[in-house]
Design a protein around this ligand. Structure first.
Ligand code: NAD
Length: 436
């Protein structure tokens, strides 16, 4: 059984990954998370009290600023070292980040702090821990000595060569550091260009993608320079359960339920390659288990959609799900959606009497409203997933229809999860305006 330190495990992808590791892969997980606005303990409520799940609240990028001194990153590194010493993980999966492009336009400092300094701190703590691990040859000879002692005591014992290998022992060779990143580091693709491969050049355009690019370079440098067994993944846009309601898919779903205008940037022509979040989590586990140290693996869904078609499709699915009343008990139905729209959004209530009928697709599509584009908005991202498919045998399980339907149903069936978020500071407003 593997013991894995996951950073950012209370976020969108992190919580789906932690659930997969604990419930389906039999791993023990230590979730190290600061619990920013994007980190939500309710996303892992089903693992509360599970013997294989541990939580450590930590800011990877806490810095002590001395008088006239440069930033001192040592406080996070010390706290991280204590977590490594306490739990002795076999691997690290590093997901903690500031992740929303629009927020990075309004406040890039947090992105540099967490994504760059935080990654540096984690690499330093992981390296210090890794250096203290036995190397495989040391452990092999120790195990051999122990076994030959046992053989002397019992001359009948017959120990095959394979049982003397330290397969279940944590060594420098077996340790892994998986750095999780994004396809946005590669910049924007021309309409007919092939998808990004592992050898595509970096060309980030937003403060978010630039900070992630910097963190990717750090992770690879710690592998090349110090020998830390680093792997890097670059993945396309994720969607699915537990995504914070500021991102496109939950925004569309919740705007429909509130009967409010659905904002689509520019003309909705931007193209993304969409991947269902549990497919990403499976891919990360595959890379951790089978990937070659020092390599990068690009992860994508073979699912390119332009934003307008995607939004229309989500509207269509919501209409079908609400009109069919197929939502489980406790979830949203057409009538509760109407109640929500009029109780929570008095300024722009949906008025079914005026013809916006929740049971038809077209009514939700009528809410689509084009808004001023995001500054520096990349036109197209797409991933060429050949390497991870051919080398590691990973492929996405969900397609466009199944993945988006599952996602819509999850938001309809779990209103308390997102209602708790929307009762706080974030109110589905547009961010990223300071770049305009
Ligand atoms: P998210 O914003 O939902 O979650 C980020 C998590 O990191 C939160 O739990 C937050 O509390 C935690 N965190 C933030 N700052 C921290 C700090 N200083 N110290 C400790 N914890 C901190 O992000 P996500 O969408 O789940 O993305 C996870 C990772 O995957 C990120 O590295 C992101 O760049 C990458 N990624 C995301 C996507 C996507 O579509 N969402 C696609 C490709 C790659």
């Amino acid at each position: 059984m593997q013991k894995i330190l996951v950073t950012g495990g209370s976020g969108f992808i992190g919580s789906n990954l932690v659930r997969l590791l604990v419930k389906e892969k039999g791993c023990t997980v230590i979730n190290a998370d600061k619990l920013t606005y994007a980190g939500n303990p309710e996303s892992l409520a089903d693992l509360e009290g599970h013997p294989n799940y541990h939580f450590e609240q930590i800011d990877l990028a806490a810095t002590v600023v001395g008088e006239g001194l440069p930033l001192d990153p040592s406080s996070s590194q010390r706290s991280l070292s204590a977590i490594f010493a306490k739990h002795k993980p076999d691997a690290v999966m590093h997901l903690a980040a500031e992740s929303h492009v629009d927020r990075s336009i309004d406040g890039p400092g947090e992105f540099i702090q967490t994504n760059v300094i935080g990654t540096f701190n984690l690499l330093q703590a992981a390296l210090a821990y890794w250096k203290e691990l036995p190397d495989a040859s040391e452990l092999s000879s120790q195990v051999g000595e122990e076994l030959s002692g046992a053989n002397k005591a019992d001359s009948e014992a017959s120990v095959s060569h394979s049982t003397t290998q330290p397969l279940n022992h944590l060594t420098q060779k077996s340790f892994r550091f998986l750095h999780v990143s994004t396809d946005e580091v590669y910049g924007s693709l021309a309409p007919d260009a092939p998808g990004f491969s592992e050898t595509s050049s970096y060309d980030p355009h937003s403060p978010y993608s630039a900070s992630k690019a910097a963190s990717d370079h750090l992770a690879r440098a710690w592998g090349d320079t110090y020998g830390l067994p680093v792997l890097v993944t670059n993945c396309s846009n994720n969607y699915g359960p537990y995504q914070f309601p500021e991102k496109l898919i939950p925004v569309v779903i919740l705007k429909c339920l509130r009967g409010e205008p659905i904002p689509v940037y520019g003309k909705g022509e931007n193209i993304r390659d969409w991947l269902y979040v549990t497919d990403h989590a499976e891919a990360l586990y595959t890379v951790l288990s089978k990937g070659r140290v020092g390599e990068t693996y690009n992860i994508g869904g073979n699912n390119e959609q332009n934003n307008l078609n995607l939004v229309k499709k989500v509207c269509e699915i919501i209409g079908e799900e609400l009109s069919g009343q197929v939502v489980q008990s406790g979830g949203m139905t057409a009538s509760s959606a109407v109640e929500l729209s009029s109780s929570e959004s008095p300024a722009q209530p949906l008025n079914p009497a005026e013809g916006c009928d929740h049971s038809t697709t077209k009514s939700f599509q009528d809410l689509i409203t084009f808004v001023k584009d995001r500054p520096g908005h990349d036109m197209r991202y797409a991933i060429d997933p050949t390497k991870i498919r051919d080398e590691l045998g990973w492929e996405p399980k969900e397609d466009f229809e199944s993945g988006f339907r599952k996602t819509v149903k999850w938001y309809l069936e779990n209103p308390s999860w997102w209602q708790n978020i929307l009762s706080g500071e974030y109110q589905l407003e547009r961010l990223g305006g300071s770049g305009n």
